[in-house]
Design a protein around this ligand. Structure first.
Ligand code: ATP
Ligand code: MG
Length: 260
């Protein structure tokens, strides 16, 4: 079943009196329980697509045409109250550098607690247990200690795991992960990718994985969508995109990832 669908989404910005298209009629589908990777070079529009889905486009960017549906609901027409409900509860986001996403003056536990307070009716005691459970699910060995830690006290990999714990706290149907491992070394990258697959299977969720690196997403994606300058140049099952890339741009990206 389809969870999210972009149809002809077109986003523009005015630059020195001229209109520039940042997304030029992109259409893609994210099925339930699947990992879809959005891949492309810097400035191709990947983050813009992710932000449009959460209706978080920066001021100045305009949606000119197209639709984004979530379970057949037109998100571009949804009320701001409904969007608030969807953000965080049904669709959550993981960023490249969790040090910026977390507030430095609160412990990891209290920041996850905040999400639970907002979106669940759990008691204080239940929330505490849930925080430990979440940290355990993302592979943090000592959840009770880490819950009391502040973001800067954790290593980059641990912080990214904690961010993912926060993102799954409300049992979302979709996680948008925007370059979630770009700041991590290769071994950690692979571990976090494995974690995404585990979470997809255990929690029956979907992931929109944004990356500039095809190599990183190969082993975990069900589908790959390749973007170039605001357009989708190729989309398909992971095996067919990797084995028989049609677009020249995809072939170039594959060459690059081979030499990493
Ligand atoms: N607030 C903004 N105002 C004007 N232009 C913007 C704004 N945000 C993004 N852009 C432009 O939109 C285009 C797409 O940017 P976007 O951040 O979506 O690319 P990306 O694929 O995520 O790149 P990266 O891999 O570097 O993160 C770029 O040309 C960028 O300069
Ligand atoms: Mg980006």
């Amino acid at each position: 079943m389809s969870l999210v669908r972009f149809s002809g989404l077109t986003v523009s910005v005015m630059e020195k009196g001229n209109e520039k298209l940042l997304l030029d009629g992109i259409s893609l589908e994210i099925s339930e329980f699947s990992i879809v990777s959005l891949v492309g070079g810097s400035g191709s529009g990947k983050t813009t697509a992710g932000l449009a889905l959460l209706r978080l486009l920066p001021v100045g960017l305009t949606i000119k045409r197209g639709e984004i549906t979530y379970k057949d609901e037109n998100l571009l027409k949804a009320s701001s109250k409904r969007i608030q409900q969807i953000r965080g509860k049904e669709i959550s986001m993981v960023f490249q550098e969790p040090l910026y996403a977390f507030n430095p003056v609160f412990s990891i536990g209290s920041q996850i607690n905040e999400v639970l307070e907002l979106h669940t009716s759990y008691s204080k005691e239940k929330r505490k247990e849930r925080i430990w459970e979440l940290l355990d699910m993302v592979g943090i060995k000592d959840p009770k200690r880490v819950a009391n830690n502040y973001p800067h006290q954790l290593s980059g990999g641990m912080r990214q795991r904690a961010m993912i714990a926060q993102a799954i706290a409300t049992n979302p149907k979709l996680i948008i992960a925007d370059e979630p491992t770009s700041n991590l070394d290769v071994t950690l990258q692979a571990k976090i990718m494995k974690l995404f697959v585990k979470l997809k299977e255990e929690l029956k969720l979907s992931i929109l994985l944004i990356s500039h690196d095809l190599g990183v997403v190969e082993n975990i994606s069900d589908k790959v969508v390749v973007m170039y300058e605001g357009k989708i140049v190729e989309a398909g099952d992971t095996a067919s995109v990797f084995n028989e890339p049609k677009a020249e741009y995809t072939q170039r990206l594959l060459e690059v990832s081979k030499f990493k």
